[in-house]
Design a protein around this ligand. Sequence first.
Ligand code: SF4
Length: 342
Amino acid sequence: MLNRLETIKELFPKAQNFRLKQIECAVFDAAISGWEEVTTLPQADRQLLIEKVPWVSYRAAETFGDIEDDVIKALLTLSDDAKIETVLMRNRRGHWSVCVSTQVGCAMRCVFCATGKMGLKRNLTSDEIVDQLRFWQKYLLTNLGDEERITNVVYMGMGEPMNNYEAVKDSLNRILLNTEIGETRITVSTVGVLPRLDQILDDEDWPPVRLAISLHSAQNEVRKQLMPSSYDDFLPKLADWARRYNQKFGNRRHHLTFEYIMLAGVNDSSQAAEALADYVLKIDNVRVNLIPYNASGADYEGSSEETLERFMSVLEQRDVTVTVRRSQGQEIAAACGQLAGK
Ligand code: SF4
């Protein structure tokens, strides 16, 4: 499907590159609310754009939560009535991050995830992905003024980004080109779709943004139970891929992250922590990010604080670099694993 800029190129076949850049730049300017305000364009061109190209790819937006609480969720209704969720969060240092969705629903069916229960409805277009960021840019400007900036984008909302590879890649390149957000401030999270991860290693158009692999267990049977998309030789194949990734991109700026959601009695034993340390230490240049799980009404319980600390100390004693993600947004169903287009 053509993205907004490609549609504009068809509308103005003789337009020079600088003009097209000007248009895309205006699209990402939160102070501009529609084609009629893009005054760098002649009036006739603006009129044609108003008639032919929607300014945003969603037709309605509803927000949940209070900006004072540092996390707010939006439900966007797309042109075909599909609904997606996107989240704006402020971290302890005061920096704003946006979590974007890449699909309506998801085919991967991870058992702890509300999106997985929906099944896959469709892929999002590149416009529908970047417009989630644009929505929050406008929201921040309207609510907090022009001092506040979004500094990070995480592709961790609804959907598996690697199953929508081309649109995700296009959206990444457009964000990098038209905003101040840099490569190391963008993280794409994946369950580890190995053919696509292999593609990244040879794809010159794939930008060197950070990758986070949702590991959730270094024990094969447990991982298969949590993530039905996993299979018997997934873990050795992922380790092999990660070593090749490190050869190509590995440095302090481009370490890999393994995400690990902490589920009580499922993957949080000392034995599970040892297995994780064994696995990670075979790869090198990998960080582990432990994610507290707090989804209310879900089939799984999150690990206790005490268990999380014990798990973390096993990893630290083995010299694994480990962090704990601060969990935000449970009250508005915006935390990890809770996004379900409701
Ligand atoms: S955790 Fe991610 S990949 Fe797994 S079902 Fe949910 S959205 Fe899909």
